[in-house]
Design a protein around this ligand. Sequence first.
Ligand SMILES: *Cc1c(COP(=O)(O)O)cnc(C)c1O
Ligand SMILES: [Zn+2]
Length: 430
Amino acid sequence: MASRIRSLVCRECGTEIPVAPTHVCDLCFGPLDVRYDYAEVARRVSRESIDAGPASIWRYGDLLPVDLDDGVPPVTLGEGFTPLVHAPNLGAELGLRNLYLKNDTMNPTNSFKDRVVSVAVSWARRNGFSTIACASTGNLANAVAAYAARAGMPAFVFIPSNLEEAKVSTTAVFRPTMVRIDGNYDDVNRLCSELVDMVPWAFCNINVRPFYSEGSKTLTYETAEQLGWRLPDEIVIPIASGCQFVKHNKAARELIDLGLVTGDGARMPRLTGAQAAGCSPVATAFQRGETHIVPVKPDTIAKSIAIGNPSDGSYVVQIARATGGVVDSVTEEEILEGIELLARTEGIFTETAGGVTVAVLAKLARAGRWRGEETIAAYITGHGAKTAEVLAGRSTLEEPIAPTVRAFRDRFGERSQAAAAPRPGAGVSG
Ligand SMILES: *Cc1c(COP(=O)(O)O)cnc(C)c1O
Ligand SMILES: [Zn+2]
């Protein structure tokens, strides 16, 4: 049988090399991407074959770089196939009738990173690695620790020492070796890039990055499938390294070229990026009309996307421009309001990265970017419990009352009358 997985190809100079655990081109240092034999992929994949697959990212196995033909199962915790929810209440506030939220908080470790790590660990285990590692802003460490435990492999996770408490404890429970670094993510990543040549480990986002990053595509495959095999008109995506943004572009292209999406659902979506103003090197380059990224020192509560020197930043700018999207940024206060707006209108609690996404969506909507009929998908990539501390002091609890009807009536009498009348329009659809 012909192999689906053909080679690694340099994004800059187009040189093709055999599949191997390496992520930069020897000739020009450009990043490497997995190239498939699409004739072979097309022979295997169809809407029906996908529909018959598991309710996880592995339903798109024919478009992932792990060769499952030998019957060895992937390392999975049921990641992906998360809900795509129509958002009528948030949509009404923003004047968007066809707004959808891809709720990736529902993944096994509550962030989108489970998609990429399932692919990376599955690839690494089949390709001779016995230890998994990563440089992380938090969510990646969390996912690596869980999937390594699942695979029965040791893990080394490298993290900045100032991470949110919840991200540390939800990672530590899986018992990886946690290497806390006095420094920010860019320092952590630099250290790991030196270590990668000295230890025989699979660093998810370094030497096995070409395979790891392919897992991101499933978010866009699912969005299209859940819309009835149509791509949305625009997607709003949070940007850290820009890795997933670039892969959503690839995913949309693949769906179109393979004929999995059809009609007016087979147009390239506009891809729009979201950053925190406290770490917005990509938004800055976009606004200046440049592709060169000037690194910054991150200072934001959106720690999971605080990468000051994003490796895929210039590709994000190019793709946003080519598809008609934009890259914008929001302030710390806007991020918190984004978290609260999403929670209040749709009952979804997201972490700061999701607050960035919702806030950029709201900012663009209020600035009149859309007419209102467009189908817009916003990727909500991580759960709010992971960064709950940022909300400290934002809601004040009333004093407790005595457990008597009288005490209840005294305090809540008027409010209970008002609550009896339904709010117009609330809960009528979706
Ligand atoms: C890692 C991460 C992202 C973005 O990742 P990229 O490095 O741009 O691929 C977005 N949201 C959350 C919650 C993340 O953990
Ligand atoms: Zn090259």
